[in-house]
Design a protein around this ligand. Structure first.
Ligand code: CO
Length: 137
C-alpha cells in the first residue's frame, strides 16, 4: 500500500485569525473560512497550494490534542504531515506489522475533509506526527 499525495502540512498556531491573515498578507494566499472540528479539538483553515495544502490549527475546547504542543511551542510550529492513502485499513495494518503505533483506539475517525483519518505515533516516525487520510479513488 504505497503512500499517495501529500494532502497537507499542518501548523499549530496560537491565533487562527491572525495566522490566516498573515498568509493572506504575506503570500496573497487563498485561505478558507475557519472550520470548527469539536471531535478533534481544533479549529482549522486551509491554505490552498497548487500541489497541496497548509492546514493552520488552533485549539478548540478544554481537551484539545494540540494544547500540549502549543504549551511547548507557544509561537506555533509544524504539527503533522498528512499523506493520502487508497485503503486506510490496509495502510494501518502495514504500519502495525512494521512495528508502528496508531494513536487512539486504532480505528479511523472522520477528519477535516469528511474522510477517514488515522494518526501514527510520532516517536515511531522520527519525531513527526503522521496523519493518513483515505481518499476516494
Ligand atoms: Co491534518
Amino acid at each position: 500500500m504505497p503512500l499517495g499525495k501529500l494532502n497537507h502540512v499542518a501548523i499549530a498556531v496560537p491565533d487562527l485569525a491572525a495566522a490566516a491573515q498573515l498568509y493572506r498578507d504575506s503570500f496573497g494566499a487563498e485561505v478558507s473560512q475557519p472550520l470548527a472540528l469539536p471531535d478533534h479539538g481544533v479549529t482549522v483553515v486551509f491554505v490552498a497550494l497548487p500541489n497541496s495544502k497548509i492546514e493552520l490549527l488552533e485549539p478548540l475546547g478544554d481537551n484539545s490534542p494540540i494544547a500540549a504542543f502549543l504549551a511547548k511551542n507557544p509561537a506555533g510550529g509544524i504539527h503533522h504531515l498528512c499523506f493520502e492513502v487508497a485503503d486506510i485499513f490496509a495502510s494501518r495494518d502495514l504500519v502495525v506489522a512494521a512495528g508502528g503505533r496508531v494513536l487512539g483506539n486504532g480505528e479511523p475517525r472522520i477528519g477535516a475533509h469528511g474522510l477517514p483519518v488515522l494518526f501514527l505515533h510520532p516517536k515511531d516516525f522520527y519525531g513527526t506526527l503522521i496523519e493518513l487520510e483515505q481518499v476516494a479513488k
